[in-house]
Design a protein around this ligand. Structure first.
Ligand SMILES: *[C@@H]1O[C@H](CO)[C@@H](O)[C@H](O)[C@H]1NC(C)=O
Ligand SMILES: *[C@@H]1O[C@H](CO)[C@@H](O)[C@H](O)[C@H]1NC(C)=O
Ligand SMILES: *[C@@H]1O[C@H](CO)[C@@H](O)[C@H](O)[C@H]1NC(C)=O
Length: 320
């Protein structure tokens, strides 16, 4: 490649990866982004990543705003609500981003992806998110959010990925989560302080992925299982679930199952040999009886089974 070509390529890359100076972007939108930038204090130079639409309704409006790992401090500025064509809003890995989730985000009716992660945001998971009907992904993980999960969020018709892990959320899982109005989303609620039992309504749903680990949930979690479900991933570890495993049917699609550190009783059913398990851990429960042979159950080492009441059979000691 000759030098001119390299330079052109460099300029091209620069043009499409950084800068508020993107020529074709709508002028008002650019002014808004400048205001946002200004109110996020920093003594080191930085730029948000923006993307502008090109055709149709969107014309040249800003459709994506990403502020990731920048040396900023302060709160999410109210001006984010003044980018009406925004489809993607990401504030990520910002250890000095504080305050609540900005209420003007409610104005972003076209928003599809909202990711506010690895920040110091506090306050509740806002109820107003349920008004943003185009949301496909909500990721609010790794913040300091508190309060309970708003039940209205089940009204989001297009939500596919729902991540509230690693916060300080309390209260129970809303009953309404058993009736998502559209697709059944992947649900990640791990590492919070959620309590109570799993609402019965959730038993009717066929989740793809569910992670409720590291909470204070109790009661019967067997409703999440079922031979006819197509669930691939269930993590319920480090809770206080108590139920009898003996009659629980495992989905024949389940690849990952984590049940360790609960109060689960009974034995591991023979039907469980039918699942294509790749990762399996039932340690630290009160299980008893023989581990059924066949399937994948002998491919795991003793640490997947240890600290139970009286489990036996390979990979543990043979049953008498
Ligand atoms: C977050 O940003 C810090 C620097 O501010 C960096 O060292 C770290 O690797 C980043 N983490 C992620 C997950 O991007
Ligand atoms: C599971 O599916 C089979 C065949 O499709 C059906 O006969 C059975 O009743 C179903 N079981 C449940 C619990 O829905
Ligand atoms: C299973 O979980 C226990 C408890 O967290 C842990 O000590 C053990 O290493 C895990 N085993 C596997 C195979 O993941």
């Amino acid at each position: 490649m000759d030098k001119t070509m390299t330079l052109l390529l460099f300029l091209f890359t620069l043009l499409f990866t950084t800068s508020i100076s993107k020529d074709h972007c709508n002028k008002d939108d650019k002014k808004t982004v400048l205001k946002i930038k200004k109110s996020l204090n920093s003594h080191v130079p930085w730029d948000p990543l923006i993307e502008c639409g090109g055709a149709g309704d969107i014309k040249d409006h800003i459709i994506s705003l990403i502020i990731y790992g920048s040396p900023i401090s302060g709160q999410i500025p109210p001006e984010v609500g003044d980018l009406p064509y925004l489809e993607t809003l990401i504030f990520g890995n910002l250890s000095k981003l504080t305050g609540p989730i900005q209420p003007t985000i409610a104005k972003l009716k076209k928003l599809r992806t909202l990711r506010l992660t690895l920040t110091k945001l506090t306050g509740p998971v806002p109820d107003f998110l349920s008004q943003l009907k185009n949301l496909v992904e909500i990721d609010l993980s790794h913040n300091d959010l508190s309060g309970s999960i708003p039940s209205s969020l089940s009204m989001l018709p297009n939500i596919f990925n729902f991540i509230l892990s690693y916060n300080k959320l309390t209260g129970s899982i809303p009953e309404s989560f058993g009736s998502f109005s559209g697709t059944v989303p992947d649900l990640y609620l791990s590492h919070n302080q959620l309590s109570g039992s799993i609402p019965k309504s959730l038993g009717k749903l066929d989740f793809n992925r569910i992670d409720f680990s590291w909470n204070k949930l109790e009661g019967d979690a067997s409703i999440l299982f079922g031979a006819n479900k197509t669930t691939g991933y269930i993590d319920l570890s480090r809770n206080m679930f108590q139920f009898d495993l003996s009659k629980v049917k495992i989905p024949k699609t389940l690849g990952i199952l984590e049940l360790n550190h609960n109060g689960i009783t009974g034995n591991i059913p023979v039907q469980w040999t039918e699942a294509p398990l790749q990762f399996f851990n039932v340690s630290y429960n009160r299980l008893c009886g023989c581990i059924p042979s066949g399937g994948k159950l002998q491919t795991f080492d003793t640490s997947s089974y240890f600290h139970n009441k009286c489990l036996c059979g390979a990979p543990l000691k043979s049953c008498k």
